[in-house]
Design a binder for this molecule. Structure first.
Ligand code: COA
Ligand code: AMP
Length: 629
């Protein structure tokens, strides 16, 4: 069947489509139907099924003769380590870890926070939770104590599993003090912590609260897979919204299994046994879906890569991994390819490696710019596929489903909606727009299996963030258009979310940090275009009347503060002091206009601007730090 036939087959019979896809999963009790819509506009999938994620990702492959196949390849140029774990080893390791967690009281429904770098133990911790029906919430290692504390208070974990440290080029990230700081800051206290001591750093354990990863597993009974309901949460993953309070995206168990399993062949075109590599981090949704769950559910070999596209040791590292491990399908963020291209523009390092097993390169996480796509196409001579999705959906909203049909690539477009997604462009009043017209991108409800049914403990926020603006639709937060051929184009966010090196960040969250500085009266943070990272945050500070401190010092303070409160991943390095911020007459800060000035783009003077002269002051300030040239 061609793409259009598959899409139509879903549209005419969504129930039949998803029940067919559900056959790819091992059920303890099979679902009798796919969609449960009694609670519309809140929808759920496969609610009456009983299932276990870990069984589907690990045990069933051992039962079906894949026990000796490599499940996980750990390749860490940063620590000069390589290791392979077969499915049978993985099963044994995960069952023992789950047994140890159970012995300490972890049960179905309990939350467990995981704060770990890119090591196989991070996946094992996720799978051990899944085995028990416990709900994990992985927190990215680049986040500081304060961000971790916010997540601890929201998820209220019974336990936290962490590593002693992470490794960034040139520095060790001391996770344990960050963890201890977070627990001190949080009102909720976990009952216990499990610490994986890495060779690179042995952390101090707190007697009675912290247990050593190895020691606490000694002599325990391995745990079997615990049946959970189809709509029980598999995990919570916090993501940035408009304010500093992150949103706890809930991933439902059965829909997650069905949808991810479907994507591996249909979108990524891999068969069980093939090597699949997503060079992301387990702290992000790409890492959840495509480092951990989907490849394992589908019986692939997945790669846990602890390194960077450049500098570990050079821009040939991606190609070395692809060649050495015979990667068939490779997934990364455009920013990573831009980093490689910048260091190795003519592909000399790439030419050193045999990439004949590579079938395609997939890009997501931010807009894939045409230059990057064309460079990768020319260099790799395989399809370079842009696809668009979000933490909220967990899998592709629009893409080019290589396993069904390779659609002609249109540069700048992630191609067409996947089955399950009826994507529409709406005007402010919620009316569908014509092809080529720019508007808000919305998806007609219900969203497909695997997507978020709600936010953790925040149903009202779920409704107000996603459902209320356009009744009957899910509001994606992205703006764009659909062309005459049905290709989608993602142009910008409609909220204050920015995308820095493929990392989703909230400018609102950064503003909250700046505003807390004692000398700052008012502030704004915008995302300006950056050749490498896509966007970079820039802050504007209005100081309190009478503050006579050196402006450079205040800027240094706030840069340090964002690093301490949010983390290095915010990449907040630039700010300027200004007298006033440009606003509308009703007091709304004109961030969009400031972005246009910074990016040296033409802009229309906003009709509602209070004082146009302020824009000249903003231009001068931006020029002083190298923008608006
Ligand atoms: N733990 C601790 N710190 C981390 C971290 C982690 N897991 N990940 C990043 N950081 C730190 C970095 O060390 C850096 O710190 P610094 O300010 O001291 O230099 C800071 O956060 C910013 O990191 P990053 O934005 O990643 O920039 P970079 O200059 O280190 O690397 C790229 C640039 C493009 C090579 C890198 O961002 C990259 O590989 N991006 C791809 C991202 C990706 O895969 N996203 C997932 C979506 S698919
Ligand atoms: P995240 O939740 O971190 O995956 O970020 C999701 C957001 O990243 C989307 O809402 C988009 O703004 C952006 N994004 C992700 N993939 C793409 C893509 N292929 N093209 C354009 N923007 C993208």
């Amino acid at each position: 069947m061609a793409y259009q036939d598959v899409y139509e087959s879903w549209k005419t019979d969504p129930e039949g489509f998803w029940m067919e896809a559900a056959k790819g999963i091992d059920w303890i009790e099979a679902p009798t139907k796919a969609l449960f819509d009694d609670n519309a506009p809140l929808y759920e999938w496969f609610c009456d099924a009983k299932v276990n994620t870990c069984w589907n990702a690990v045990d069933r492959h051992v039962e079906n003769g894949r026990g000796e196949q490599t499940a996980i390849i750990y390749d860490s140029p940063i620590t000069h380590t390589k290791r392979e774990i077969s499915y049978v080893e993985l099963r044994n390791r995960v069952a023992t870890l789950a047994g140890a967690l159970r012995a300490k009281g972890i049960e179905k429904g309990d939350r467990v926070i995981i704060y770990m770098p890119m090591i196989p133990e991070a996946l094992e911790a996720m799978l051990a939770c899944a085995r028990l029906g416990a709900v994990h919430s992985v927190v990215f290692g680049g986040f500081a104590s304060n961000e971790l504390a916010v997540r601890i208070d929201d998820a209220k974990p019974k336990a936290i599993i962490a590593a002693s440290c992470g490794m960034e080029p040139g520095r060790v990230v001391h996770y344990k003090p960050l963890l201890d700081g977070a627990i001190d800051l949080a009102s909720h206290k976990p009952e216990f912590c499990v610490i994986f001591q890495r060779e690179q750093e042995v952390a101090q354990l707190i007697e009675g609260r912290d247990f050593n990863w190895h020691g606490f597993q000694y002599g325990v009974e391995p745990a079997e897979c615990v049946p959970v309901d189809g709509n029980d949460p598999a995990y919570i993953l916090y993501t940035s919204g408009t304010t500093g309070a992150p949103k706890g995206v809930v991933r439902p168990t059965a829909g997650h299994l069905v949808a991810l399993n479907w994507t591996m062949k249909n979108i990524y075109d891999v068969d069980p046994g093939d090597v699949f590599w997503a060079a992301s981090d387990v702290g992000w949704v790409v890492g959840h879906s495509y480092i951990c769950y989907a490849p394992l559910i589908h019986g692939n070999t997945t790669i846990v890569f602890e390194g960077k596209p450049v500098g570990t040791p050079d821009a040939g590292t991606f190609w070395r991994v692809i060649s050495e491990h015979k990667v068939k399908s490779f997934f990364t963020a455009p920013t990573a390819i831009r980093a490689v291209k910048r260091e190795d523009p003519s592909g000399e390092l790439m030419a050193k490696y045999d990439l004949s097993n590579l079938r395609a390169l997939f890009l997501a996480g931010e807009r894939a710019d045409p230059d990057t796509i064309v460079w990768a196409q020319d260099a790799l001579k395989v399809p370079v596929i842009d696809h668009w999705w979000q933490t909220e959906t967990g899998w592709t909203i629009a893409g080019n489903p290589l396993g069904i049909e390779e659609l002609p690539v249109k540069l700048g477009s992630p191609a067409k909606p996947m089955p399950g997604y009826d994507v529409q462009i709406l005007d402010e009043g919620g009316h569908p727009m014509k092809p080529g017209e720019l508007g808000a991108i919305a998806v007609k409800l219900p969203l497909p299996p695997g997507t978020l049914p709600t936010l953790w403990n925040a149903e009202e926020r779920f409704k107000s963030s996603y459902l209320n603006q356009f009744p009957g639709y899910y509001e994606t937060g992205d703006a764009g258009m659909i062309d005459e051929d049905g290709y989608l184009y993602i142009m910008a966010r409609t909220d204050d979310v920015i995308n820095v090196a493929g990392h989703r960040l909230s400018t609102g969250g950064m503003e909250e940090v700046l505003a807390a500085h004692p000398d700052v009266a008012e502030c704004a943070v915008i995302g300006v275009s950056d050749q490498l990272k896509g966007q970079m945050p820039v802050g504007f500070l209005c100081l309190n009347a009478g503050c006579d401190r050196d402006h450079g010092e205040v800027v240094q303070d706030v840069v340090k503060l964002v690093r301490e409160k949010i983390g290095p991943v915010a990449a907040f390095k630039q700010a300027v002091v200004v007298d006033r911020l440009p606003k509308t007459r009703s007091g709304k800060i004109l961030r969009g206009t400031m972005v246009s000035i910074a990016d040296s783009k033409d802009y229309k003077m906003p009709a509602t601007i209070d004082d146009p002269a302020i824009l000249d002051e903003i231009t001068v300030a931006l020029k002083s730090i190298g923008f608006a040239q």
